[in-house]
Design a protein around this ligand. Structure first.
Ligand SMILES: Nc1ncnc2c1ncn2[C@@H]1O[C@H](COP(=O)(O)OP(=O)(O)O)[C@@H](O)[C@H]1O
Ligand SMILES: [Mg+2]
Length: 302
């Protein structure tokens, strides 16, 4: 029996792990398009979500000098899902994103468990730059746009392309780029500001621009760390509209404190995960987790 199969806990995961033999060849399979033990032909860098999950995290423990920032965490996110993650300060939310994006990994920290993108890509075996290539986009708390460039230029520079961003800036007539830019500008509601310097935008507009920059890279999974922090109520509503409009185009994991914002994203049926002390404290609809006594004690009641 392979080590991976011994980890199985959920019936639908068991089925796809059957016959799967993890090895050092795993990383190669994902990149070269080889046949895997699952019987799928993988194209380079394609994420195999045929069994439903885009993110599969099991038994994840991350230690900093012996302190467990993440403690035996299990988290499964379905392809296409918009998952809200809430939890008190220090719960391990940002550390979780650091692990998914490879900023924190076995190379620079004590990390145990499994973190898979789709069913075949072992994120713990990859470097940060390789993970970025796989289509995981991350939005940090503070907007990081190029203030001295226009909104349009920021988006052009962000687009993923073999020719690089200098080409994007010089060749304004590239039709595919124009179309993609216009679509993104409309989606992030910054068409009127297209030729304004990014430095002159409001905080909320900068946040939307940064999300637009991530969208130019056509992400499969977007991780957003407290994107509504510091926003006005109106900006928060606009951000929720933007993220809701992205449903169906990519999967998202949104860490947030603002409960009105979480409510706008999760609705009545969306799954909300509550993290506390590095583990999942509760999971379910917002109404369900809000009424959970453990959640009230650890977080909401504070
Ligand atoms: N690089 C690090 N070194 C030591 N401790 C860290 C490091 N990163 C995070 N921590 C600790 O891990 C815990 C979780 O932090 P973090 O993931 O930032 O929580 P959250 O984002 O939920 O507020 C905190 O106690 C924090 O101090
Ligand atoms: Mg944080």
């Amino acid at each position: 029996m392979s080590p991976l199969i011994q980890f199985k806990k959920r019936p639908h995961v068991d089925r796809w792990l059957d016959g799967f033999v993890p090895s050092e060849g795993l990383e190669n399979d994902a990149r070269t398009g080889d046949m895997t033990g699952l019987g799928h032909i993988l194209q380079p860098n394609t994420i195999d979500t045929t069994h439903g999950d885009i993110l599969y995290i099991e038994g994840l423990t991350v230690r900093f000098d012996g302190f467990r920032a993440i403690n035996q965490l299990n988290l499964y996110i379905r392809a296409g899902e918009l998952r809200c993650v809430i939890g008190p300060n220090g719960a391990g939310k940002t550390t979780l994103m650091d692990v998914i994006t490879g900023k924190t990994g076995p190379r620079n920290a004590s990390v145990e468990g499994r973190v898979f993108l789709g069913q075949t890509i072992d994120l713990l075996s990859l470097r940060e730059s390789q993970i970025a290539q796989l289509g995981i986009g991350r939005k940090f708390q503070k907007p990081t746009v190029f203030e001295a460039f226009s909104v349009w230029q920021n988006l052009a520079m962000a687009q993923k392309g073999e020719r690089g961003w200098m080409y994007s800036l010089r060749h304004r007539s590239d039709q595919a780029l124009e179309t993609s830019l216009d679509e993104t500008l409309a989606r992030i509601k910054l068409l009127p500001q297209a030729h304004q310097l990014a430095g002159s935008l409001s905080h909320g507009q900068k946040q939307r621009l940064e999300i637009g920059m991530l969208l130019m890279q056509k992400p499969e999974l977007l991780l957003l760390d407290e994107p509504a922090a510091g926003m006005t109520d109106e900006e928060t509503v606009e951000l929720a509209e933007l993220l809701n409009s992205l449903r169906g185009t990519c999967s998202m994991m949104v860490v947030e404190h603002d409960m009105t914002f979480v409510e706008a994203l999760a609705g009545e049926s969306g799954t909300v995960t509550v993290l506390a002390e590095g583990a999942v404290l509760a999971e379910g609809t917002l109404a369900k987790v809000k009424s959970d006594p453990a959640v009230i004690e650890s977080y909401l009641g504070r």
